[in-house]
Design a protein around this ligand. Structure first.
Ligand code: SAH
Ligand code: SF4
Ligand code: F3S
Length: 487
């Protein structure tokens, strides 16, 4: 029996969106003699979650994972294509890997994920250092593709699927704090927002078998996890009627068969244990129903936080974006959240400035909508044209870069004010916090999040990660709440 080596693993360049950049490592198991894989993840939580599926598939097939690229026999970049900048980051990384490969010619380089899917074989032509190009639905094929490269070929599989959900694969939890985990509940997106590349890189929407989701949540809870985040590009359109195929499910629903919708699924996961927190992301304003909001209200362990990306506050721009809702519709959904879940429910958003033909007045509509909602937090971007999308084909990218960026700065400045304002409301109140570990600044402090997803920092005392504590918040910045545990 080979010795077990610990201290492994994988680098992360993500947490929620491509905008943030985090680097984390975690121990894992690697057996002596195994070839070593190093994975770097870019982009959204879905990609992060996919890397855990990739690690699992590779582990089953005899590969270990390592925390240092220098030690690796294989390096996979799990890439994002959402904005041009995301792709440039990967291109720069490949230049660096090229230098590494010159010193170690046996090193295998794979590009996975959304950029692989978007560029397909073109990526092999453009980036000579790449041996392997694999799209998000082809990860089961990785061991075979790796052996093709072993035989001296370069390998590609970018076939998208209508059924693949990797439901039977138990993810290897990478960079885990042992307390919070992601569960992917659906894949792909059928929405066709005109600016967005995701429908092209991730294929058609499909939902995962709810029993496998509930089982994964139960297994995590049994291992000591205390929080799961249900992931999908549009979780509110989750629907299961006995098959992954969405068309079949819709047919079954029309025939009067019972289907499981997102509200039903949320309830099923909430019932795993009152001690297991449930979060979800992302909600689409057109699909979030009062039924979902009432389900959230009914269960204390479903966190009172909704990421509800608006993109723009102007109805004409929303129409050009093909978001299929108006400013008024969006405001109605915000009012429903406040009515059913109260003022303390956390709400965050994504915003794009300088979309095709956006006027100054229309940009101001985004600012006034922000004033109305007072988001706790937002991810904010200027528009980046993506080849092949509806917008790239139909509209000119006609807002000058300096205007896009000036509008973005206005949105960011307003959001910073609102975050500070919303956090000040939390002062003097007691918050139930799930402890996630030591605070980033000091071992003497712990940190966790409240139900509304806000980071709370407090003196450690004798508490440990995984515990629920009541914290009286005494100070607040735009990013963090600071307080003390009330025993
Ligand atoms: N499925 C999620 C969003 C996924 S992409 C949703 O529908 O809300 C994350 C965010 O990236 C989007 O909400 C959008 O704000 C931003 N984004 C997507 N395409 C973009 C582009 N071409 N330029 C700039 N930002 C973009
Ligand atoms: Fe992209 Fe729209 Fe789908 Fe979100 S809902 S992934 S923005 S197409
Ligand atoms: Fe990026 Fe793909 Fe996610 S394009 S944001 S990694 S779905």
């Amino acid at each position: 029996m080979a010795d077990l080596i610990t201290d492994i693993d994988v680098l992360e360049h993500t947490h929620t969106h491509e905008a943030s950049c985090e680097v984390k490592t975690t121990p894992n198991n690697l057996q002596v003699g195994q070839r070593k894989l190093y994975i770097e993840s870019y982009g959204c939580q879905m990609n992060f979650s996919d890397s855990e599926i990739v690690a699992s598939i590779m582990n089953i097939n005899g590969f270990g994972t390592t925390s240092s690229p220098e030690d690796a026999d294989l390096i996979f970049l799990n890439t994002c294509a959402i904005r041009d900048k995301a792709e440039q980051t990967v291109r720069n990384r490949l230049v660096h890997l090229n230098a590494m490969k010159k010193k170690k010619p046996t090193l295998m380089i794979g590009v996975l994920g959304c950029m692989a899917e978007r560029l397909k074989t073109k990526l092999l032509e453009e980036e000579k250092v790449v041996d392997l190009v694999v799209g998000p639905d082809a990860y089961r094929d990785l061991p075979r593709l790796v052996s093709e490269v072993d035989n001296g070929d370069r390998a590609v599989n970018v076939i998208l699927s209508r059924e693949e959900t990797y439901a039977d694969i138990t993810p290897v939890r990478l960079n885990s704090n042992g307390i919070t985990a992601f569960i992917s509940i659906m894949r792909g997106c059928d929405n066709m927002c005109s600016f967005c590349v995701v429908p092209f890189t991730r294929g058609r929407e499909r939902s995962r078998d709810p029993q496998s989701i509930v089982q994964e949540a139960k297994d995590l809870f049994a291992q000591g996890y205390k929080e799961v985040t249900l992931l999908g590009q549009n979780v509110d359109s989750y629907k299961w009627g006995g098959t992954e195929d969405k068309k079949e499910t819709e047919k079954a629903e029309k025939e009067g068969k019972e289907v499981i919708n997102f509200a039903n699924l949320l309830e099923m996961v909430a019932l795993v244990s009152p001690e297991l927190r449930v979060r979800f992301s992302t909600s689409h304003p057109k699909d979030i129903t009062d039924e979902v909001l009432y389900t959230m209200a009914k269960y204390e362990n479903i966190c009172k936080y909704i990421h509800l990306p608006v993109q723009s506050g102007n109805t004409r721009v929303l129409e050009l974006m093909n978001r299929t809702y108006t400013r008024e519709w969006y405001i109605n959904r915000i009012d429903a959240i406040r009515r059913i879940l109260g003022e303390d429910c956390g709400i965050s958003s994504d915003m794009i400035t300088g979309f095709c033909t956006e006027t100054e007045e229309e940009h101001k509509d985004t600012l006034t909508l922000m004033e109305y909602v007072k988001y706790d937090f937002s991810y904010m971007f200027f528009y980046s044209e993506r080849p092949g999308t509806l917008a790239a084909r139909k509209f000119a990218d006609d807002i000058p870069d300096d205007v896009k960026k000036r509008r973005l700065n206005e949105v960011i400045a307003l959001q910073t004010q609102h975050s500070a304002e919303r956090n000040r409301r939390d002062m003097g109140k007691i918050h139930k916090v799930l402890v996630e570990g030591a605070s980033k600044r000091s071992e003497d402090f712990l940190q966790g999040r409240n139900s509304a997803n806000k980071v709370v920092v407090f003196p450690r005392k004798n508490y440990q990660k995984g515990q629920y504590v009541n914290v009286l918040v005494k100070e607040a910045t735009a990013a963090t709440l600071i307080g003390e545990i009330i025993d």
